[in-house]
Design a protein around this ligand. Structure first.
Ligand code: NDP
Ligand code: 8X3
Length: 249
């Protein structure tokens, strides 16, 4: 039975993927900051598979390392790492951007992904096997005004995915980068700091992607035959043509 380590498992894409891979029989290590949600999800999924939870903030390297080091021996061999934790914070021009928002995006989306990967890659190299899936975004493909720092953080994720593939292929480790367009999750509520109406307006007038659509894609990517690597995948809702072009009715 393979073990999948999922960051950002308390919500959205990470939670949907936990359910999907759990149903497929993967053992799950579920991570996030919200312990109660993790525990509730673990209770639900433990009817299907073995589940272990780790609570840490990806921005804090000591927390990340301590949590991953604490895994019991039978949980240490991680086959699939889903680097999914991340968010946008704010939507405004650079001149008006908040430094605390920039810090959250660069520290969480970029450095957090690096911290988690640094703790897990050595084991994968030793075992000469593994699969890392990084969730970037269509924001990595085209920078949009007012979201410059988020876009920069996701361009960094793309660059890291490329670099990981260059460094890890010889160790039998696959690296995949998934770039979703608009997915209706807690993402916009976080971006707009709890403003539910503004968040809902992001997804109005068209059918946005669901977290389960991305979980489907992740399942396809991780279950591809051993000799097949899906290096990059871009997924839009059918009504979206670019990060800044959505056809609304
Ligand atoms: P959600 O807000 O629903 O989920 C974000 C997850 O990330 C939560 O589980 C949250 O857990 C976790 N997280 C955020 N910051 C931290 C942190 N500092 N430490 C630990 N965990 C953290 O959003 P999505 O599911 O939509 O987002 C998942 C990924 O997909 C993100 O990287 C996002 O950028 C990317 N993405 C999203 C798109 C969208 O339209 N929704 C489109 C393209 C990419 P907790 O709060 O419990 O810590
Ligand atoms: C989230 C998608 O277009 O809001 O990464 O940046 S977008």
């Amino acid at each position: 039975m393979k073990t999948a380590f999922i960051t950002g498992a308390t919500s959205g894409i990470g939670k949907a993927t936990a359910k999907r891979l759990g149903n497929e029989g993967y053992k799950l290590i579920l991570c996030g900051r919200r312990k109660e949600i993790l525990e509730e999800l673990a209770r639900e999924l433990s009817e299907k598979t073995d589940v272990y939870t780790l609570t840490f903030d990806v921005r804090n390297y000591d927390e990340v390392k301590t949590a991953i080091d604490s895994l019991p021996a039978e949980w240490k061999a991680i086959d699939v790492l889903l680097n999914n934790a991340g968010n946008a914070h704010g939507l405004e021009p650079l001149s008006e951007g908040k430094v605390s928002d920039w810090d959250m995006m660069m520290d969480g989306n970029v450095k957090g992904l690096l911290y988690v990967s640094k703790c897990i890659i050595p084991g994968m190299k030793e075992r000469n096997s593994g699969h890392i899936i990084n969730i970037s975004s269509v924001a990595a493909l085209l920078t949009y005004a007012n979201g410059v720092v988020y876009c920069a953080s996701k361009k960094a994720v793309k660059a890291i995915s490329e670099g990981m593939r260059l460094e890890l292929t010889e160790f039998g480790i696959k690296v995949s980068d998934l770039a979703p367009g608009a997915v209706e999750t807690e993402f916009s509520e976080v971006r707009f700091k709890g403003d539910k109406d503004r968040a809902a307006s992001v997804y109005s007038g068209y059918e946005a992607l669901k977290a389960e659509d991305i979980a489907d894609a992740i399942s396809y990517v991780v279950n591809a035959p051993k000799h097949v690597t899906i290096a990059d995948m871009t997924i839009y809702p059918s009504a979206q043509a670019s990060p800044v072009q959505i056809h609304r009715k």
